[in-house]
Each structure stands twice: as C-alpha cells, then as structure tokens.
Design a protein around this ligand. Sequence first.
Ligand SMILES: *Cc1c(COP(=O)(O)O)cnc(C)c1O
Length: 374
Amino acid sequence: MDLPSSKDKLLYTPGPLTTSLSVKQAMLHDAGSWHWEFNERVASIRERLLGLAGLSRVAGWEAVLLQGSGTFGVEAVFQTCTPPNGKVAVLSNGAYGERMILMLQHARIDHVVLRTPENVPNNPAALDALLAEDPAITQVAVVHCETTTGILNDIAALGEVVRRHGRTYIVDAMSSFGSIPIDFEGCGIHFLISSANKCIEGVPGFSFVLCRRSALVASAGWARNLSMNLLEQLKGFEKNGQFRYTPPTHALLAFEQALNELDIEGGIVARGARYRRNHQVLLEGMLGLAFRSYLPADVQSHIITSFIFPLDPRFTFEAFYKCVAERGYLLYPGKISQADTFRIGSIGRLFEPDMRAVVYAIAEAIREMGVVLH
Ligand SMILES: *Cc1c(COP(=O)(O)O)cnc(C)c1O
C-alpha cells in the first residue's frame, strides 16, 4: 500500500481536486455524527462559510450543508424552493446550465431557457426582455463560472435585472466560490450553491447552500423531495445540530482543515491570486507551444482553460491524455459541443511550478506523438 505521503498524480480538473496532505490526514478519525463535539464542528463550519462569504445570521443569511456532490445542492434548491406553480428561467451557456434544465424536467417544474453560445456570456438585456414579457417566471438561475469552458458570467449585471423585476435569484457558484469574491447583497442573490471539493480544496462529500433565511423559510410545504429538502435540513441543524441523515463525517473533518488552510493563505482574495497566476503561467506556456485557447481573454476565468485540439491528425485526446498521465498529471476532456477541446484546471492545491511542470509534460507528449502544432 502507498504511504499517505506518497505522491498522487496531480489533478488539473474542475474537481475533485488535488488536496493538501494535511487535508487528507484530517480524515484519519472516526467521528460520531450525533456527538456534541462533532456537531459543534459542523456548526462552526456553517458559521465560517457565512463569514467567508461576508454574511451573517444576524443579517438574515444561512448556510445549509447537504450530503452529495454539487449537483445535489443545485437540485435541492429547485426541489425545495420553487413554488408549486413556479417557473424558472435558466441562463445557459454550457453543460451545467443544461444540467439545470434536466433537473427541472425531472421535477416537472415549468421553465424557460435563455441560451447563448458557449463562448458568449449570458445576456442581461435579453433577460430583462424575458422577465418583462413573462410575469409567470418566479426564479432566475445562472451559473457563475461555467466550468464547461471556463467562461465567467456577470452575476452582478444579471442580478441587477433580476432584482428590478422582483424575482428570486439562484446562482451556481460551484467552481468560483472561494476564489472569486462575491457581493451577495450587491448581486441580489437569494440562493448560492457551491461544494466542498472545489476552490475551498476539501474532499468530495457535500454541497452547501448560502441563502437568505426568509427565502428558504418561505418555501415551507413546497419541497418535492424528502432527503433533499433544504428547509428541513436547516431545521435539523437548528433542532439538534445534526444532519438529518448520515453525514459525510470524514469529508467534514477534511473541510474544516481546508478552511483553516484557506485562512492561512489569506482568504478568498489570496487564493484567487494564486489561481490567477496558475492560469497565466499555464496560458503563456501553452500559447508558447502554439496551442490555442478556446475563449476570448475578456471572458476567460482563472478557474479552468479550454484548449482547441491540434489540427494534426496524429493528435488524439486518448493518446495525449495517456502520455501526460504517465508523467503524473491528469488533464480533463472537453465538454463543449461546439468545438473539440480539452481542459486544464488551475484550481486545487497547485502552484506555479506545477503549472510549468504540466506544460513541460505536454510538450514532451506532443513530441512523443509526433504532433506538429501550427
Ligand atoms: C462541479 C460543478 C457542478 C457540480 O458538479 P458535481 O460533479 O455534482 O460536484 C455544478 N456546477 C458547476 C459550475 C461545476 O463546476
């Protein structure tokens, strides 16, 4: 068996991500999910998430943790907080926006979609027109960083429109929360979803929803689903400090350590600065090898970068992936429907030397495959 200190392959993905050794070591304990010591730690995690977001309970905000991956958190918001005859407007420019539509179809919730191409941000003017003409729309859902490409949507400009029309605003900030500061009040956010294993650099196991208490409480009786009922989940935490059903105990212990390490690094701004440097080093290196990135620079986030497949027919992603993986670096396939791409993430426990190293490994792989870049 590998020692805990042995080096895993580095993950250049949108999650789960490479975590620190100390985050992994924090899991080497068994915690009683009903025990007061553990419940105090869960309460402190909820408190610290609010603090990280610049929010407080006094000001009317709550942090609700939910078992499962990030998708479960997004689906729980729709399942819990859409009124019985509600209608959701989804802004989509990638796979995670499309996944929201699938969730609404499964829940038989009425919805309408505003699509832009995968390399074009969501359009606030189009949203304005849609909300003006359709008073049945109760909620607007948007993806902050659409991890499909790495494009950043302007949640402040969209939020201004949503607020003006008096609708509920739902933001999937899965891949951005923890490395991009978000002004909840300024953006008019009601529900924001993120998860343990993205920019906070914890391990997979739960998502969290930061929300206006009044908006969540207003949904009493609407939930279409038992285990993903966010209001009941909140009531559970308030009643006895516990998750309603078995919590991901080890993932919570790891998350607490990940929060400590985020504090030590200097918080969201410092973490964002490291990721931005990672992205810049990566982009310069890849452009230096004559790769082309998919997105225009002004909409590209520092989270993940999509690169277009080389034209040379000797390039296949499978062979390329294998070549790079053998050197200890795991890339990510593309998810874009409109272009052949692969993706390289800049988030997780990665630093500038790791970004140089992956570029070097990519250069070697390309040479080994005999691929010529133009
Ligand atoms: C990662 C991610 C999700 C959730 O994915 P899971 O695999 O369920 O954790 C949702 N939205 C975005 C934008 C993401 O990056």
